[in-house]
Write a protein that binds this ligand. Structure first.
Ligand code: 9WO
Length: 249
């Protein structure tokens, strides 16, 4: 049963389908847990030159994507999907995506129509009239919205039941519980004199789980104190963090 339908409005459909066909998202598509369709605004143009952009009113650099091809592409994507569709414009002006925001989208929509702009942007009336939300993957400008759409597709797909081998691992993902991830190690045990922490070799699962939580808390305290401020730590987590800090000195 398909749990999420992704529709990407893009001038570069191959870029999206090729990237999404790899790895976790590719397997989720093969198993029909998610579906992915692309809709090219150029296929919705009405002139012989298949024009999707035009010069900006008021002058300025570059071109702006026209309303009508975008609107008609979204209309077809909506018709092909379910009624619980959310139209999201990926742009530097959007609200920053977080695990919580994506998790909420998972629960509230069964179809995400992702608008990947190009050029200098899209006609503002499309954002106002046709888009339900505007999301950003970070405070920088890239060449188009496709990479941002792929980030959303990957992060949302990982949250869906059955996608990851062990359903808990989606929850254990870094940021899933609002903390950074713990360190990971694999063979060999020694690299240039740098050994794997003994606790990970001891086979005591309780000790390993405790060590991993302590490392996640400590790394979050060190690298992203802003995340820690949003967390209500349990007494055990407070104790582990204190232990981490004491061991640092
Ligand atoms: C390009 C440009 C060139 C000269 C002067 C101003 C300019 N603004 C832009 C611009 O914002 N282009 C965007 C390209 C238009 C929308 C699609 N593009 C995009 C999306 N770039 N970066 C994103 C994006 C999306 C989500 N999260 C972060 C960045």
């Amino acid at each position: 049963m398909t749990l999420m339908r992704f529709d990407v409005i893009t001038l570069f459909p191959d870029m999206v389908t090729t990237a999404a066909s790899c790895g976790v998202t590719g397997r989720a598509i093969e198993r029909s847990i998610v579906s992915l369709s692309t809709w090219n605004p150029r296929d919705y143009t009405r002139d012989k030159h298949r024009t999707v952009d035009d010069r900006p009113y008021g002058g300025g650099p570059g071109m702006v994507m026209k309303y009508q091809p975008l609107h008609d592409a979204v209309s077809d994507a909506k018709q092909a999907g379910s009624e619980k569709a959310k139209v999201v414009y990926l742009s530097p002006q959007g609200k920053p995506i977080t695990q919580a925001l994506l998790s909420e989208a998972c629960n509230s929509a069964s179809q995400l129509i992702l608008i990947a702009g190009r050029y200098e942007g899209i006609d503002e009336r499309f954002v106002e009239l046709d888009c339900d939300d505007e999301w950003s993957i970070g405070d920088y400008v890239i060449s188009g919205g496709e990479l941002a759409a792929l980030v959303v597709i990957d992060a949302v797909t990982r949250l869906l039941p059955g996608v990851l081998g062990d359903d808990n691992s989606a929850q254990q993902d870094s940021h899933s519980d609002g903390l950074l991830d713990c360190p990971h190690y694999t063979r060999p045990e020694q690299i240039d004199g740098h050994a794997v922490p003994d606790v990970l070799l001891g086979g005591n699962h309780a000790d390993i789980k405790r060590w991993r939580m302590k490392q996640a808390l400590g790394r979050t305290w060190q690298k992203r104190p802003d995340l820690l401020k949003k967390k209500n730590l349990s007494a055990e987590q407070e104790h582990l963090l204190k232990e981490f800090i004491v061991e640092l000195v």
